[in-house]
Design a protein around this ligand. Sequence first.
Ligand code: MOS
Length: 729
Amino acid sequence: MKFDTPADTNPIDQEKVVAQPHPRIEGPLKVTGQATYAAEYHEPRNTAYGFVRGSGIGHGKITRIDVGRAEAAPGVLLVLTHHNTPWTTLESPVPQQYEHSPHLVSEEVNYYGEAVAFVVAETFEQARHAASLIEVEYQAGEADFVLEDVMAQGKPSPDSPDSEVGDFEQAFKEASVKVDVTYTTPDQSQMPMEPHASLAEWQGEQLTLYTSNQMVHWVRRGLSKTFHMPQQDIRIVSRYVGGGFGSKLNFYADAVLSIYAARKLGRPVKTVLHRPLIPNHTTHRPATIQRLRLAADREGHLLAVGHDSYSGNLPGGDGENASDQTKLLYAGPNRLIRTRVSELHLPPGGSMRAPGEAVGLLALECAMDELAEKLKLDPVELRIRNDIQHDPEKGPKRPYSSRKLVKALREGAKAFGWEKRQATPAQVREGEWLIGMGMASAFRKNLVQPSGARVRLERGGKLTVETQMTDIGTGSYTILGQVAAEMLGLRLEDVTVKLGDSDFPKASGSGGSFGANSSTTGLYYACEELRQVISGQFGYDPRTTEFKNGEVWSGNHCTLLAKAASQGAVEAEGNVTWGDLSEKFVQASFGAHFAEVAVNAYTGETRVRRLLSAVTAGRILNPVTARSQCLGGMTMGVGAALMEELHVDERFGLFINHDLAEYHVPVHADIPQLDVLFLDELDDKSSPLKAKGIGELGICGVGAAVANAVYNASGVRIRDYPLTLDKVL
Ligand code: MOS
């Protein structure tokens, strides 16, 4: 079904089950160890274990590789190098994300952590030991590892065209109040708790891959290209994912080399990427350098909006599109917004939670704070004065589908007690602690993807939902169950949800905040289809039939829903494709973040004391799981502001702090009680659910709110993230 007309009232609007605060239905399985993650499939028993040996240089050639000692080591079954894999140098040397992704292709090395060998042994320890015995010599080539050195050669990003409106340079030159500031953000790692893991098993020509991945259909398509085999011969199973944050949109050597080795050995092969390979072999969020030029009239109306963002990636890779939100967030007649990407030989850059906005807002929302100070205007008020209800570039003919940023700013400020903030920095002191408040807007574009589902009413009146959609800890199981229950007039307990299996109908998967809205819409249409089938079976007019309390009603006639399946299960499938509503209307979720921090006057240490996010994201499908997404995003935002940073070893192009001891993320002691305030909103142009994406909204802007609070507390404006204590002092 194509969704191209704003939805009238529909069964979801009852909100009997949807929008109710149900805890996660799969939660008990997770906390009792019964949810099986990719590396936890222990059958069949003859599984062999793979280990990836990563490159020791960033760019160059392997001149000698000797696997003799490894092959002779105890338990070793197979050692793969570029000498004995099926791919040739004619094939793409740098893995293309989501597509043809061979490994061990040639002697060329494209990044540190690229696979140079793969060992399979009877146990994981034997494989790891043998991998350490492989002797590799390299000839290092010319390489760039530092963004600053190559930013001038940056090329326009294909996904982020330049925005040029009016005469930016002239307007900026003539304006009376302006800021011209450059912010930097470092490389960041998604660092999921669950490492990337795959178990490959062949039965004849049929491959089953148990893997930890956000996008079942992308892996299936990519593997079909990598191995030149039909998609129907590949089954992907990804039922539970212990954190992805974008790094599990793609698939890596654990999947590809396990599959090839399993084929060669005639045994299942399981590979877990060891922790240092997570930043150095999978994707990470590329560093950015962002120059913001903002100019306003004396009343604080923006006259010129300029944002130049630079990042780097391997040749052919996309950059971090960190200036995109600046095209849409605020008014202003003269605009110059550009994104550039340069070639760097660091490990591959890719999507990390809210790619673009998460770091773009770290810069834009601090520059807005700097402008507010120059204007002597409250930062909340500056944002309100520059609210706009349509695409600032395309004009009023392209309005927002819904936008309640001003409401979020006002209600958030009120709930937080923003009026107590001292506009002049470094005025509030409690003993050795300097106290400050900061705020920022939140913005994340609302994306959608085609998505399908199957529903089956079983004998006894229980309903089963099946879809390839994944649950990466976000609550997909629960909200899909809620939607199906609402549509068929059942209780959530009457619905079983099965996810993450390519045997089920193709679905959106989890990424880009599109998963909840897209996958529930596909399911909505599947349920509509089933309602039609059941109405027909009972001789009812489907347009007026109601499904409630386990019963089906048509006028005064009523039949038990379970009766529809008395002769056997009834089943229906549905899917959604998307019309042009996202072209006709700008679609985005909004919010306002407020932070209170304490900065130690002697050590420069920053403690976050309070955070509040006021959020507008259409219908909140489940306030418990949605809140949890916001809390996770806010926590990651605190990490981005204060501690997260991959350090580049500039000799070899690796990230040296490649584990959870050295890559600092917030722990419980770093995070106080957080508050989330959901504002009422229904967006009928977004989907029949009237919801918008929320999974990544929480991280968007919150780090800037923290940074602005650090400035307000201490009077020190730091423009290089993260704001570690050495920079505060
Ligand atoms: Mo997201 S960064 O598309 O998982």
